[in-house]
Design a protein around this ligand. Structure first.
Ligand code: HEC
Ligand code: CU
Length: 324
């Protein structure tokens, strides 16, 4: 079951979240007061002045004091809220001051992937093919470090937020947007895409894991080692083709940028008994058939036909068959 996030910051764990929390509750309290007054007045007037046998409904019109009040009070409220939010936005939008690590975030239908810097304070994120570590599922950060996120979308507008670490920012195609996050304590923090982005939107979940600084290097080494495993030069072409296709947005392959949640996990597809419950054994030929014509192999399947040509499908199948 997907985690359900409460619609407020339940347990602030970073500076940005702590800035936002008081504003949220001030506005919430003001909204509750307005609600009670307005509805109180509606019910009071509706009951007291209603038409009954022998009583004619009263008509009111043009009460200067009342009209003045319900114009001036909301105006003052809106202006104060704007000033309050603007002050906080100045702080939240400053993603650069004190940020010493930048992580690139890519959003697509329907997952996020994170690309680490090649090097951060002596911690190396360089893989066997000289690229920087780029994986999905979870974003790993050191505790107490302001991390600048440079975010891009491949397809439609998404929105990135980890409520307890603070802030929310749209991720849009065409130009990068930025958000800074920082965790004060170790732990796992949940988030999700906050902008409806299509069928799989509800599966577009996020997790940030904050490690104590002393353990960050150890995590990085494990992650780099794991990401090196599916990097066999013999199947590099297939991996590259797979990563360039929509497969990435629907399937999870651990320790790679592919972390969709719409279809089944493919981390160990090479050692499965069958493909989609209908085609066995799992080998290059059958995987190629499946990738080229899922709807023919299994009529009614939710996996789309991506119209790949045979060499592309076969190269992808070759790589997938080595995932064990
Ligand atoms: C829109 C989402 C979507 C896309 C894009 C997509 N798939 Fe799938 N895929 C699915 C779904 C859903 C299933 C489960 C189908 C079923 O069981 O009927 C599936 C099943 C599979 C399976 C069988 C998994 C198993 O455990 O038996 C493989 C292999 C696979 N897909 C590979 C790929 C490859 C390779 C690509 C890209 C060329 C791709 N898929 C693109 C949604 C997708
Ligand atoms: Cu989204």
């Amino acid at each position: 079951m997907p985690p359900v996030l409460p619609p407020w910051v339940s347990d602030p764990a970073g500076p940005a979240a702590r800035e936002i929390v008081p504003v949220y509750w001030i506005m919430f309290a003001a909204a509750v007061v307005v609600l009670v007054i307005v509805y109180g007045a509606i019910f009071y007037a509706g009951i007291k002045y209603r038409e009954r046998p022998g009583v004619e409904a009263k008509q009111f019109h043009g009460h200067n004091l009342l009209e003045l009040l319900w114009t001036v009070i909301p105006t003052i409220m809106v202006i104060s809220f704007s000033i309050l939010s603007f002050q906080k936005l100045l702080i939240l939008n400053d993603v650069d001051t004190g940020a010493d690590m930048t992580i690139k975030v890519t959003a697509r239908q329907w997952s996020f992937t994170f690309e680490y810097p090649k090097e951060y304070k002596g911690v190396s994120f360089v893989l066997r093919d000289q690229s920087a570590l780029k994986i999905g599922e979870e974003l790993h950060i050191p505790v107490g470090t302001k991390v600048k996120l440079e975010m891009r979308a491949n397809d439609v507008i998404h929105s990135f937020s980890i409520p307890n670490l603070g802030g929310k920012m749209d991720v849009i195609p065409g130009r990068p947007t930025y958000l800074a996050i920082q965790a004060d304590r170790a732990g796992t923090f949940k988030g999700q895409c906050f902008e409806f982005c299509g069928d799989g939107h509800a599966d577009m979940l996020l997790r940030v894991v904050a490690h104590p600084t002393s353990e960050y290097a150890a995590w990085a080494k494990t992650a780099v080692d794991a990401a090196n495993l599916p990097l066999d030069p013999a199947t590099a072409r297939g991996r590259e083709l797979y990563m360039a296709q929509a497969c990435v947005g629907c399937h999870l392959i651990r320790n790679t940028p592919s972390n969709g949640r719409v279809g089944p996990e493919l981390t160990k597809i090479g050692s499965k008994a069958n493909i989609a419950g209908v085609l066995s054994p799992v080998n290059v030929d059958n995987l190629t058939r499946w990738i080229m014509d899922p709807g023919v192999v299994k009529p009614g399947t939710a996996m789309p036909d991506l119209n790949l040509d045979e060499p592309t499908a076969r190269a992808i199948a070759q790589w997938l068959s080595t995932l064990r």
